[in-house]
Design a binder for this molecule. Structure first.
Ligand code: ADP
Length: 327
């Protein structure tokens, strides 16, 4: 028979994402609703190792659903990669009697949780939180919708000034391994070209297309580049284009960390609330060592050990849409 969970911990780990606070709130309030004690762990796995943990009440999560960042802070913790680090983390859990853990983070955090649960039999539940939407098995991740809307808002503004001066803008958005932010924000802002890690960047095709547009006096062009595109990001793309299309008034804008911050969108608050609630339900039902995703608007549970980056999943049709609409 599964042992009964009575005290749970919640932490945020890895890259931060808007909506993490909404997820923490949902875990805390659902846990309290079911009579559990809930503990907040500071700075991801580092807080487990250092015993930087405090008891959370309903008021601890008041007025945070609309706030970006994470009240528990997040970190990348080298020590946790080592068995000794995980042993220390387990010692803290044991000392405090915490018998279930909710981890809000990306695929790396889930792999860490998978090891902790495997080695020490700690029930762990993951919640997919990353702006990159690069986790296989879920249609949404907490933070993606907000990040992509931030990018859209910024690109719209850049287009205004590009249009005023007849300029070509090369805009870099986040996405070291995944091009979802670039693809979604690029389509939504009518970008002429979108360069993503999942597709080999054919820079000469971009150059030819810009030269052809120049001939017909279409001078305002937006190229959205994911930071991890194969050609080397916006700066490299700009260097090449300035050389091959010298008449274009070419500018670069790197959006950077603004994409991580800000008040979470309605969608992110909603999925964070649903996932946070479901994480506690999983612990109570004994559905351990999975992460919670959403597929076709239904909750979906994927074993933590199977957490992988969703790579190369962008359909040919999406790329066709980009080509057709950006003529
Ligand atoms: P994300 O969760 O956003 O993908 P990371 O990959 O940096 O971010 O992972 C966050 C933390 O999770 C790491 O700093 C580390 O503490 C832990 N972690 C990641 N991968 C592993 C692993 N293979 N084994 C143990 N711990 C891991």
């Amino acid at each position: 028979m599964e042992k009964k969970v009575t005290k749970i911990g919640v932490l945020t780990s890895g890259g931060d994402a808007p909506g993490m606070n909404a997820a923490i709130r949902a875990v805390v309030r659902t846990g309290l609703y079911y009579g559990l004690e809930v503990y907040g762990v500071m700075r991801g796995y580092q807080g487990l190792i250092d015993d930087d943990i405090y008891k959370m009440e309903s008021r601890s999560v008041a007025n945070i659903i609309q706030r970006g960042g994470t009240i528990l802070k997040t970190a990348r913790c080298k020590e946790f990669y080592e068995p000794e680090g995980r042993r220390k983390a387990y010692a803290t859990l044991k000392k405090r009697g915490i018998d279930g853990l909710v981890i809000i983070g990306g695929d790396g955090s889930f792999r860490g949780a998978g090891k902790l649960s495997h080695e020490f039999d700690v029930p762990c539940i993951g919640l997919a939180g990353t702006i990159d939407k690069d986790i296989a098995g879920t249609d949404f991740t907490i933070g993606f919708d907000t990040a992509v809307n931030t990018a859209v808002e910024a690109i719209d503004k850049i287009r205004d000034t590009a249009d005023a001066h007849d300029r070509l803008f090369i805009i870099e958005v986040m996405g070291r391994d995944a091009g979802y932010i670039a693809l979604h924000s690029g389509i939504a802002t009518g970008a002429e070209h979108i360069l993503i890690p999942e597709r080999k960047t054919d820079i000469e095709q971009v150059v030819d297309s810009l030269l052809e547009k120049e001939k017909r006096k279409k001078l305002v062009n937006m190229i959205v580049v994911a930071e991890g595109d194969g050609f080397g990001g916006a700066e490299e793309v700009a260097r090449h284009i300035k050389e091959k299309v010298p008449n274009a008034d070419t500018r670069v804008c790197i959006l950077g960390h603004i994409q991580r911050g800000g008040s979470p969108s309605c969608l992110d608050r909603l999925i964070a609330s649903r996932m946070g609630y479901q994480a506690v339900e999983c612990l109570l039902e004994g559905r351990y060592n999975v992460f919670v995703g959403i597929q076709n608007n239904k909750m979906h549970y994927i074993p933590l050990q199977n957490a992988v980056k969703a790579k190369g999943k962008i359909s040919e049709e999406w790329m066709k849409i980009v080509r057709i609409l950006a003529s």
